[in-house]
Design a protein around this ligand. Structure first.
Ligand code: F6R
Length: 602
């Protein structure tokens, strides 16, 4: 989410920054900007939309000679994608770029406004530059002011700051969000990942959380809470395609592994002080609402189905979930006291967009849960909650689904708060579990290795049934969808209790059953359903914390305290299983046949 570049040296800076940002555009592309100080002369450009707009705007500008420069491509979190909200943000004589979220920005902003400082943007980032200039008035050096500034920031940040008060220096800090420093002779580069500097820098240092410092005259000084630190440079990779995937074989694989960290981005600022907050929702947003209707397609529909259980159970509000392409033509009865929710990774899915327009025409209030700000569905909705998964390149959705499920879980608890349907103790259980989610999403080497070995037994047969109950039923649907998308094998998701009503007729040793057997939800019931299949000789892969003697294969998950923690852990297992089967079959995992990332046709 958001990409940062910086450069100190003699090269032409504009092209270098723009090329670097191009490599990071996958991290966000709703606006971009650059700031350059050369011969004590400051230049700054910003443009809304893709980087091409910034290129066009800067086409007559060239920089020459030694100078310092920073650039940013934005994925909006606070404030709409406008030029004022685009980075770099200006104080009186300094510029800052930032990736992450400053959780205490409202307190800092209030403090600065009390001091008489006016803000131009709605962003959390602008507080950094004003805070720096405030401290610079009372510090002996700009670096001392920068260090004092960093000390005041809570949350995730990777930030670069340049100032006319030190026109040969770039200040940097990292905590939570990625940033690295590249080196080549007396040139210094900064970037959110290594692709922008491959072919330019020869050595690299990956900053650790809590590190900060400055680059000046080709030298970098590094500090952390304990004081000055030595920099352990390492050689920089030279293969750009490989670097984009951070060493993973496929984008989908990288995105599966990323889930553990992006889920924290989804929660930042929203899960705090034992409460759920959605600053993007007006406090009166749910007034007059007594039911929820959710429309979505594919994977997003599966996330919606999961939340159907959560809204009714936690917030005691009726919730219907429909496939958008069915909803459009069923002549639905719509009541203005129903909130119409759309869920979409891309924000461009034609059926979901048209369903939303229909609901609006019927006078319903609308909310979208989306990963792409400023997309058609977002623009069409009354309110939006962004999932903050970052750009997903693999066509088969993974981290977008995880973050959708997380937002919907948070929203159910948020609504339970509003409707007072949950005791403080029950809410504390939900929130404690949410904060443990990143751990449930971690992929261990042992798990991946086991799924790799086991996958060779699942390359043939006459099909897969993924079965589960309750919220594990939509997860079964999603597991089956993932497998069929990338392996091209036939797979179905079923509620476990439905098998005996027909599908069990297919059971034999060549029917592979992937059984989701959580310990926190109806364990005994699903166990009986799986036993029925086993008695008919179906091949069973059981995923459960509880050892299951009838399983042909068994993946043991941890005994978790909350169903959603089991949900996320089992989700990862099904994603990696699908990936490993597809790899063994030699398929193009990232771009499976017949599919597209954004389905803009009916
Ligand atoms: C499957 C997948 C699709 C999408 C569906 C809706 O991996 O990604 O099923 O979920 O096409 O797309 P969005 O979420 O963009 O509306």
């Amino acid at each position: 989410m958001c990409g940062i570049v910086g450069y100190l040296g003699k090269r032409e800076k504009k092209e270098l920054l723009l090329d670097g940002l191009q490599e990071l555009e996958y991290r966000g592309y709703d606006s971009a900007g650059i700031a350059i100080i050369e011969d004590d002369q400051l230049n700054n450009f910003k443009a809304v939309g893709k980087l091409a707009n910034l290129r066009e705007k800067t086409k007559d500008f060239h920089s020459e000679g030694f100078g310092i420069s920073i650039g940013h491509t934005r994925w909006a979190t606070h404030g709409k994608p406008t030029e004022l909200n685009a980075h770099p943000h200006l104080g009186q004589y300094s510029y800052v770029v930032h990736n992450g979220i400053i959780e205490n920005y409202q307190d800092l902003k209030a403090e600065l406004q009390n001091d008489g400082i006016s803000f131009l943007s709605q962003t959390d980032t602008e507080t950094i530059v004003h805070l720096f200039e405030k401290y610079n008035k009372i510090s002996s050096t700009p670096f001392e002011a920068f260090a004092k500034t960093i000390e005041r920031l809570h949350g995730a940040f990777a930030t670069l700051l340049i100032t006319e008060a030190a026109p040969d220096t770039i200040f940097f800090a990292k905590n939570g969000s990625p940033m690295l420093i590249g080196f080549d002779a007396d040139e210094v580069y900064f970037a959110s990942s290594d692709t922008p500097i491959i072919g330019k820098a020869t050595q690299v240092y990956y900053l650790e959380d809590g590190e900060y410092g400055y680059a000046k005259s080709g030298e970098v000084k590094l500090f952390d809470a304990k004081g000055a630190r030595a920099i352990q440079k390492q050689p920089l990779a030279t293969d750009k395609a490989m670097a984009q995937k951070d060493g993973y074989r496929f984008f989908m694989e990288k995105e599966i592994y990323e889930q553990s960290s992006v889920i924290s981005d989804t929660m930042i600022g929203r899960v705090r002080d034992k409460e759920i907050y959605f600053e993007e929702l007006d406090s009166a947003f749910f007034e007059g609402i007594n039911a929820i209707k959710i429309c979505a397609c594919g994977t997003s529909y599966h996330a919606a189905l999961t939340s159907g259980y959560l809204f009714e159970r936690l917030a005691k509000i009726r919730c219907d979930v429909e496939i958008a392409s069915e909803f459009r033509y069923k002549e639905p009865l719509l009541d203005p006291s129903t909130l119409f929710v759309t869920i979409s990774q891309s924000g461009e899915t034609a059926d979901t967009l048209e369903a939303l327009k229909m609901a609006k025409r019927a006078g319903l209030k609308s909310l979208s849960i989306c990963n792409v700000d400023n997309s058609s569905i977002v623009r069409e909705s009354d309110a939006v909650i962004l999932t903050r998964a970052g750009i997903e390149k693999g066509v088969a959705s993974t981290k977008a689904f995880a973050t959708q499920a997380m937002v919907l879980w948070m929203l159910s608890v948020y609504l339970a708060q509003k409707r007072q349907t949950m005791s403080d103790e029950a809410k504390a259980i939900e929130i404690t579990a949410m904060l443990q989610t990143p751990k449930s999403l971690l992929v261990t080497e042992e798990l991946h290795g086991k799924l790799h070995r086991l996958s060779k037994r699942y390359l043939h047969g006459h099909g897969f049934f993924f079965i589960g109950r309750d919220i594990f039923y939509p997860l079964a649907l999603e597991g089956a969808l993932k497998l069929k998308e990338i392996s091209y094998l036939h797979a179905e998701g079923y509620p476990a209790g439905e098998m005996k009503h027909g599908p069990i007729a297919l059971a034999d040793s060549k029917l592979f059953t992937i059984a989701l057997m959580p310990k926190t939800v109806h364990y005994d019931k699903i166990k009986s359903n799986v036993e029925e299949l086993s008695a008919r000789d179906a091949t069973i892969l059981a995923i459960s914390p509880e050892p299951f003697t009838l399983a042909d294969d068994f993946i043991q998950t941890i005994y978790a305290s909350h169903p959603m923690l089991e949900f996320f852990e089992m989700m990862v297992v099904t994603q990696i299983l699908a990936l490993e089967i597809a790899v063994r079959l030699g398929n193009d995992v990232d771009m499976p046949r017949n599919l597209a990332k954004s389905v803009t046709v009916e």
